[in-house]
Write a protein that binds this ligand. Structure first.
Ligand SMILES: [Zn+2]
Ligand SMILES: [Zn+2]
Length: 655
């Protein structure tokens, strides 16, 4: 069926390699589909494409001598691209059949789905249109159209065809790619008639029968080539999955994620704000979230103190010279803000805390007996981020890192990493995160000697092994001056978050001559470890809001208990109760507004306050309180002592 390649005159069998290393001899002109068939009819029926020499290709791609071929089915993670991208074409076909004036731009896959850009004269796609397009797509899929690759032999002729059809974007793209063996993909019905085609380099599914579950999500505006001087386009976002079950699970996860959006919850629960007049990416912490942060910081300090860390503070600005020596100006300059002039000298906002901690280390001569030194700082840094990537508290321009630098001898390194891993485990499990560790090793371009890299990487890896932590190696994924451990967190709904990092720096100790006097009486270069466990307070708290869906556990809740008197005559009792609670360090709030008790209970629940205590005649007489929980409702009558005991116990379960 396929024309044999020029030069392959002799009909020698084509030998290909299968993923298990075995060889298979095929007739010349055989395609990956033939290979699948030769393995089993069952495999062929499930085949959606092929991985040929690690590249995803159409199932009907002709095999060449020596190709390494893996047949792809739904089970292979690479295949979802084929599904989503092919569904994008079906969507474009449906749009043009409903809106013949629609002109087609591009339709790439994106995370969890795809989009397609259209120019539609005199019509804005509405949400009803999306349903109609979906219906039309279902009809196309039912026809089981074949998706067939077709090489464009005469580019000029095809450009003329596109132009006559008004497909100016396709004409423009083809002109640009005329030298790259451009292809059309033809949609054929069961009689083999071409019903639609699109300019695309592929690959695609062999036919539409594999498309079973998709949904159009939304429409938004875009520009041809993302250039606002060019044509305004309508972008339809959609998603596609191998089964209805997968699609439903995805949609449910989206819905759940939307409910948990920290920016949305921030408004409901009065947590933080960002102000246009102040500038994007700069966070204002409102009292509620500032309280949560305060509790986390206390806990953080306690856990660090007991592990031998010492707290330091360093200035927010420093002479540019510091960042010249550190190399930040050279290697990190584009993330730093412009210099400010102080007495004729350039100063910079600090992008990192490391040089500051080194200043403290170097302020006196250190001996091996002083080591390890563990300096920790909740250090605020400022880094430039493009405005387009800023996102609530998760991507900002000013933030406070829970930063620490450990200075030690090479012999101490493994033990220090072990200590950091222990701290990470304590902190992450306290917040209810599960996590996974990745070890990133030396990249191709790097500073330092083989010996140094072996010492640094060995320190990280041995500590992981000794603790019995399951980790994955990201070969060559380290930074140019350091191997590192990255920890990924999984939140309450299974989403992945960037977590703690540990780096063993082979650069800064040299640049700043960070050294100590060894047992032998001579100078040695110290080993320097950078580590952040929470990352930044902004990112971590933003993530926590979503992780807990705004419902902070008792020990973190901004208000732990709302005290609700039924009538004015119960105020005295409530005042006394408030004093007892506050004296015991509980965050209690009296709500004595002239609203009904039910209204005030509802409001406390909306604010995710863990407990409410209600005081009426009966309670006052007996010196008791009626306790309610935000989810479990009525708990019962407790004496004030019992209440305090209960709260103390619950608080102690965590930090
Ligand atoms: Zn395509
Ligand atoms: Zn650092």
């Amino acid at each position: 069926m396929t024309q044999s390649q020029a030069g392959a005159q002799v009909d020698l069998p084509v030998e290909v390699l299968l993923p298990d290393g075995s060889k298979k001899s095929m007739d010349p002109g055989s395609t990956a589909a033939d290979l699948a068939k030769s393995i089993s009819e069952g495999l062929f029926r499930k085949s959606v494409g092929a991985l040929i020499n690690k590249e995803i290709r159409d199932l009907y791609t002709e095999l060449q001598q020596g190709d390494v071929v893996q047949i792809l089915t739904e089970k292979d993670k690479e295949s979802i691209e084929l599904l989503r991208h092919s569904t994008a074409h079906v969507m474009a076909e449906a749009v043009q059949s409903l809106f013949p004036q629609a002109r087609i731009a591009i339709g790439p896959t994106i995370e969890d789905g795809f989009y397609y850009d259209f120019e539609i004269a005199d019509h804005n796609i509405s949400s009803e249109d999306l349903l109609k397009i979906e219906e039309r797509m279902t009809e196309i899929v039912k026809q089981n159209q074949q998706i067939v690759r077709h090489c464009i032999e005469n580019v000029d002729e095809q450009i003329a065809i596109f132009k006559s059809q008004g497909e100016k974007f396709k004409a423009e793209l083809l002109e640009e790619h005329r030298e790259h063996n451009p292809t059309l993909y033809l949609m054929k019905d069961k009689d083999g008639t071409v019903v639609w085609n699109d300019l695309c380099r592929g690959p695609h599914l062999p036919n539409t029968s594999f498309i079973k579950a998709f949904k159009l999500m939304k429409v938004s505006g875009s520009y041809w080539r993302a250039d606002e001087k060019r044509e305004h386009l309508q972008r339809v976002y959609a998603t596609a999955w191998w089964s209805k079950k997968d699609l439903d699970a995805y949609l449910q996860k989206l819905e759940e994620a939307e409910k948990r959006d920290h920016r949305k919850l921030a408004k409901q629960l009065d947590l933080f704000s960002v102000h246009e007049e102040v500038g994007p990416g700069l966070i204002f912490w409102h009292p509620n979230l500032a309280t949560v942060r305060d509790v986390i910081e206390d806990f953080w300090r306690k856990e660090h103190r007991r592990r031998g860390y010492q707290f330091v503070y360093t200035p927010h600005i420093a002479s540019e010279e510091l960042y010249r020596v550190s190399g930040h100006l050279e290697n990190y300059g584009e993330n730093m803000y412009a210099p400010m002039d102080i007495d004729g000298d350039p100063y910079r906002c600090k992008p990192m805390n490391c040089p500051g901690h080194i200043m403290i280390y170097k302020n006196r001569l250190r001996s091996y007996r002083d080591l390890p030194l563990r300096f920790a700082e909740l250090g605020t840094v400022y880094r430039y981020e493009r405005s387009g990537v800023l996102h609530g508290m998760l991507r900002v321009r000013g933030f406070t890192q829970d930063d620490s630098h450990i200075f030690c001898t090479p012999e101490q390194l493994e033990g220090e990493i072990d200590g950091v891993l222990d701290l990470i485990d304590k902190l992450m499990t306290t917040f209810g995160y599960t996590y996974k560790c990745y070890l990133s090793t030396r990249p191709e371009k790097s500073l330092g000697t083989d010996e140094e890299w072996a010492m640094a990487t060995g320190g990280l890896e041995n500590a992981l092994i000794k603790r019995g932590i399951d980790y994955e190696v990201d070969a060559g994924g380290g930074v140019f001056y350091a191997p590192k451990i990255d920890v990924k967190l999984f939140d309450a709904i299974g989403r992945e978050w960037q977590g703690p990092t540990i780096q063993v720096d082979l650069n800064l100790p040299k640049r700043f001559d960070v050294s100590y006097i060894g047992e032998d009486g001579s100078r040695h270069q110290a080993v320097m470890v950078h580590r952040a466990v929470l990352g930044s307070m902004e990112r971590f708290c933003g993530g926590l809001i979503e992780h807990y869906a705004g419902s902070f556990p008792f020990w973190l809740a901004p208000t732990q208990v709302a005290v609700l008197p039924i009538a004015d005559r119960h105020h005295d009792f409530c005042d006394k109760l408030m004093t007892r609670l506050l004296d015991n360090d509980f965050r209690a709030q009296l709500d004595a507004r002239a609203e009904t008790v039910n209204y005030r209970i509802r409001e406390a629940q909306m604010q995710q306050t863990p407990y409410m205590v209600v005081i009426g005649d009966k309670e006052q007489e007996e010196g008791k309180v009626a306790l309610r929980h935000r989810r479990d409702g009525q708990i019962g009558l407790l004496s004030v002592d019992e209440l305090i005991e209960r709260f103390k116990k619950e608080r102690a379960e965590f930090a």
